[in-house]
Structure formats: structure tokens, C-alpha cells
Write a protein that binds this ligand. Sequence first.
Ligand code: HEC
Length: 134
Amino acid sequence: MKISALISLVLLLMPSAQASQEGKSLFESLCMSCHVLSGQPTVAPPVFGMKNHVMQAYPNREDFINYIVHWVRQPDASRALMPGAVRRFGVMPALSYPDDQVRKVAEFLYDTNLRMPGWYRKHYEAEHGKTPRH
Ligand code: HEC
């Protein structure tokens, strides 16, 4: 592999400078037991799908973060952005994590380019009739 290709691959897999490593490890310990980063989902939507739905509804960074912090404290099936996931997995349980930790997770999610597997793109297009953003 050419060195430039290797460097861009490494950059792609790293969170951007703004996103803290702390947010990444908090995400891994608090959310990843349910929201998988790769592979097929089992108990919850995969992380890029979850991020993508919040991103469509709240493209602004601060709104995105506020939605996630509020959601984790108090999920509400009637206002869910992912009604299909609520039907498939049931609504997410309320998690009493400290807000500042969830905030760091949300910042990490917003600031990081997550890789989107091809199967998810097809699934999203079938469900929504348009290409997902990420
Ligand atoms: C015990 C399993 C579990 C854990 C842990 C979990 N989630 Fe979820 N989450 C779910 C399930 C199931 C759904 C899909 C149904 C729904 O939307 O409520 C979901 C949906 C979501 C959604 C979509 C909300 C919407 O409007 O539909 C967001 C955002 C989210 N999770 C964020 C997080 C974050 C951030 C964390 C870690 C701090 C986390 N979740 C931890 C199970 C979990």
C-alpha cells in the first residue's frame, strides 16, 4: 500500500482532533454493549445508524448533543427518531449516566466520521427512499 493511502486510512479511523479520546472510551464502555460499531445489530441499531438519524433531525452540533443527552436520560418512544428500531428492539432503557459523560460521548459521535457498511446504505435506502448522510 502506498504511504499516502496508509496515512489517509489511519486518519479515517481516528476521531478528528476535536473529538476527545475520553468521549471514545466513554462511548465504548457506556453505549457499545448495545450499539455495535461494526457487524450486524442484535439488541439496538448500529452506531452509525443511530448517529445518522439524529444528524438528519439535528444537523447543528449543539442541537445534536442536547438531543442525545436528553434522550439517554429520558427515552420516549412517542418522540423517537427511529420508530422502526423501537418496533424491532423496543424503546431504549433510560440510563442514569452523568450528563457530562453523555455529552462527551455525543461530542465524539458528532465529530467522528463513522464508516458505514454497504449493507446499511441499502437498508436505509429501502426504508427511507434516500441515501443516508453521515
Ligand atoms: C441497553 C441497551 C442500550 C444501551 C446501553 C444504549 N442504548 Fe441507545 N438505543 C437502544 C435501543 C434498543 C434503541 C432503539 C430504539 C429507540 O430508538 O429507542 C436505541 C436508540 C438510541 C438513539 C436513537 C433515539 C431515537 O430518537 O430513536 C440514540 C440517540 C441512542 N440510542 C443513544 C445512545 C447513547 C449515546 C448511548 C450510550 C450513552 C446508548 N444509546 C446506550 C439501546 C441501548
